[in-house]
Design a protein around this ligand. Structure first.
Ligand SMILES: [Zn+2]
Ligand SMILES: [Zn+2]
Length: 344
């Protein structure tokens, strides 16, 4: 993917100094801002002043660290590399319409703007719905929501993803290293990779399936609960039940068990299994990551690179009853407090 910010010479007839044809040598996915153009905060596209709807300032505390040396330097400055910076953004015509739709849906189904345990109201509710609609916009599909349940499911499947695909998410908090405030996407969503678009398509397909299916609780084959997080059942769509629990071989010793405990064959839930695929080993880093997530502080600056001591996998605690929520066998409230207070 081309990812350059070098200005190409402007052709006489075009108002934009680059080509939006992927086959052209002048094609750029990200282009410099010129004149009074601004990036659309949602789809990222280069938006001339005549097509702008409002402006918004997006704040970064700096860039996210890349190397271990940068992490050390950054840890003294709240986790960021470089200085805080602000980026001015707008909404393009299409995304202004998206926001109007989001506002209508939030007003029509006020009790359906729920994500996990959180219910949203007012302009925050519109923000949340807008993120889900953004994910749909990435796929190029249309979505029709005829009842509150449709909106609830759309949020469940698309809101986090939609949030992360927005242009402005690259400039918020710990900014992406290649996020330059003086740039915009050459075309709507052209800052995204093909993989990211693929993830959005799969998420949208998941939403469509969920609309016609009823989720059911799925329990492990033999174990009482997930060896790692301890949950006893996973609520899943029938079509996904088969990938909900996984049989694995792991070493309890590395997960808080007594030294010398032999390898064991056991079951883990899909969440812990996915994390294992990302981390690569059944060991302390995996436990730390999942425990921080369960405590709701995984993305807190204080959790960056932190090493917790003594997180135990549920399977090593000898408990017979499964957890109702992941890592219920730990004091998660204490962990969250410690992270937020920077005590770890
Ligand atoms: Zn836009
Ligand atoms: Zn688990």
């Amino acid at each position: 993917m081309t990812n350059t910010t070098t200005a190409a010479p402007a052709p006489k007839s075009a108002k934009r100094p680059y080509s939006t044809n992927r086959l052209s040598p002048r094609y750029r996915n990200i282009v410099p801002l010129t004149g009074d153009a601004l990036p659309c905060g949602i789809c990222g596209q280069w938006t001339p002043s005549a097509e702008q709807t409002g402006t918004e300032i997006v704040k970064a505390i700096g860039y996210s660290p890349r190397t271990s040396h940068e992490q050390i330097v950054a840890s003294r400055k709240g986790g960021a590399v470089g200085d805080p910076f602000e980026t001015r953004m707008t909404r393009c015509i299409t995304c202004a319409t998206l926001r109007t739709e989001a506002a209508q849906l939030a007003a029509q189904y006020p009790h359906a703007v729920v994500v996990g345990e959180f219910a949203y109201a007012g302009s925050t509710a519109v923000d949340v719905v807008e993120r889900a609609l953004a994910a749909v916009a990435v796929t190029g599909r249309n979505i029709s929501m005829r009842q509150p349940r449709d909106l609830k499911l759309a949020l469940e499947h698309l809101v986090t993803l939609g949030g992360s695909l927005r242009w402005q998410s690259r400039f918020e908090g710990l900014a992406d290293r290649d996020a330059r405030p003086d740039t915009a996407a050459a075309m709507p969503w052209s800052h995204l990779t093909e993989q990211q678009v693929g993830v959005a398509r799969r998420a949208f397909a998941g939403y469509l399936r969920a609309r016609t299916e009823r989720p059911v609780p799925v329990v492990p084959t033999e174990a009482a609960g997930c060896y790692i997080c301890g949950i006893g059942e996973v609520v899943a769509l029938p079509s996904q039940a088969i990938t909900t629990w996984h049989s694995v071989k792991l070493s309890p010793e590395r997960l808080g068990g007594k030294p010398g405990t032999p390898q064991t064959e056991t079951e883990v839930c899909s969440t812990c299994h996915a994390e294992h695929n990302a981390v690569g080993a059944w060991g302390p880093s995996l436990l730390d990551k999942l425990a921080l997530r369960a405590a709701g502080v995984e993305r807190h600056v204080g959790a960056y690179d932190v090493q917790l001591n003594g997180v135990k996998a549920w399977g090593t605690t000898g408990k017979k009853r499964a957890n109702r929520t992941p890592f219920e066998h730990m004091n998660l409230a204490q962990l969250a407090d410690d992270i937020r207070a920077g005590r770890l």
